[in-house]
Design a protein around this ligand. Structure first.
Ligand SMILES: [Zn+2]
Ligand SMILES: [Zn+2]
Length: 257
C-alpha cells in the first residue's frame, strides 16, 4: 500500500470530487492520506474530513507561511484542543516561503517558530513547507529539533543530506517527474531510504503525464513508480519502505480507527 502524506482534499478544487478521489486512490492502492491544513478554516475542514473517513483520511493542522499574519493566540488555543484527537497526526503545513513572500518575512518566522514550539509541546511531528528559503528553514529547524518532513522537496542534494542529518524526512511528489527538476531526483537518490516519503500536494503539481492538470492522491502511485526507477527498487519495496517511514514519523496513522 501507499500513503499520500500530503494532499489538500480540503481544497475547493477537490472537495466536490471527494468520493471519486477516494475511489481512484484505493484502486491505486493509496490507502491512507494526510489532508493538510494551511489556515484556520482548512485545518478545521481537514479534521472534519478525517472524522468522516476514519482509517483513511488523517489531518494536519497549521498556518502556512502565506497566511502567517493570521497566526495568533486564539488559533494556537484551538490547535491545542484539536491536537488531542487521534485523527490529528501532525502540525502543518508551516514554514517559510520567500518565493511568493505573501506575508512579511518577520511574521513568517514568528508563525513558524511558535508552531514548532506548539508541536513540541503537543508531541506531534511537523510538516514543513519551504520555498526559496532552504538555508533559513534548515537553521530554524537545527535550533528546534523535531521529527518532521520537508514536504515537496526542492533543495539541492547537499541540503537534502543536511536535512536528513537533522533527522528529517523528505517528501517527494510530482516534481520528481519534471524534466527541469534534476536536483529533486538527485536528492531522492542520495539520501538514506529511511528518509523517503511519498506525497502529491494535490490539487497542485500533478506528475507527468498529467502535468498542468488537477492532481489527486491516486497519483501517489506514479510518484512511487518514478522513485522505484531512480533507486532501482521494485514498486513493492518502495511501498513498504515509504509506508514504514510514514508510520514511524506519524505514529497516529497506525492507530486503529
Ligand atoms: Zn506546501
Ligand atoms: Zn501543501
Amino acid at each position: 500500500m501507499f500513503i499520500d502524506t500530503h494532499c489538500h482534499l480540503n481544497h475547493e478544487r477537490l472537495r466536490d470530487d471527494l468520493q471519486g478521489c477516494l475511489e481512484r486512490a484505493l484502486a491505486a492502492d493509496v490507502r491512507k492520506m494526510i489532508v493538510v491544513g494551511y489556515d484556520g478554516p482548512s485545518s478545521e475542514e481537514a479534521l472534519r474530513l478525517s472524522l468522516a473517513h476514519p482509517g483513511i483520511l488523517y489531518a494536519a493542522i497549521g498556518i502556512h507561511p502565506h497566511d502567517a499574519t493570521t497566526w495568533n493566540d486564539a488559533i494556537a488555543a484551538r490547535f491545542r484542543e484539536l491536537a488531542r484527537m487521534d485523527a490529528v497526526v501532525a502540525i502543518g503545513e508551516i514554514g517559510l516561503d520567500f518565493y511568493r513572500d505573501l506575508s512579511p518575512r518577520e511574521q513568517q518566522y514568528r508563525a513558524f517558530e511558535e508552531q514548532l514550539r506548539l508541536a513540541k509541546e503537543l508531541d506531534l511531528p511537523v510538516i514543513i513547507h519551504c520555498r526559496e528559503a532552504y538555508e533559513e528553514t534548515l537553521s530554524v529547524l537545527a535550533a528546534h529539533p523535531l521529527p518532521g518532513v520537508m514536504h515537496c522537496w526542492g533543495g539541492t542534494p547537499e541540503q537534502a543530506q543536511r536535512a536528513a542529518s537533522l533527522g528529517l524526512a523528505l517528501g517527494f511528489g510530482g516534481t520528481l517527474t519534471f524534466p527541469s527538476a534534476q536536483n529533486v531526483r538527485d536528492s531522492a537518490m542520495c539520501i538514506a531510504p529511511e528518509h523517503l516519503l511519498l506525497e502529491t500536494d494535490a490539487p497542485y503539481l500533478a506528475p507527468a503525464p498529467y502535468r498542468g492538470r488537477r492532481n489527486e492522491p491516486a497519483f501517489t502511485r506514479i510518484v512511487a513508480e518514478k522513485l522505484a526507477g531512480l533507486r532501482c527498487l521494485d514498486l513493492d519495496q518502495v511501498a513498504s519502505i515509504t509506508t514504514q517511514n510514514a508510520y514511524r514519523l506519524f505514529p497516529k496513522l497506525a492507530l486503529p480507527p
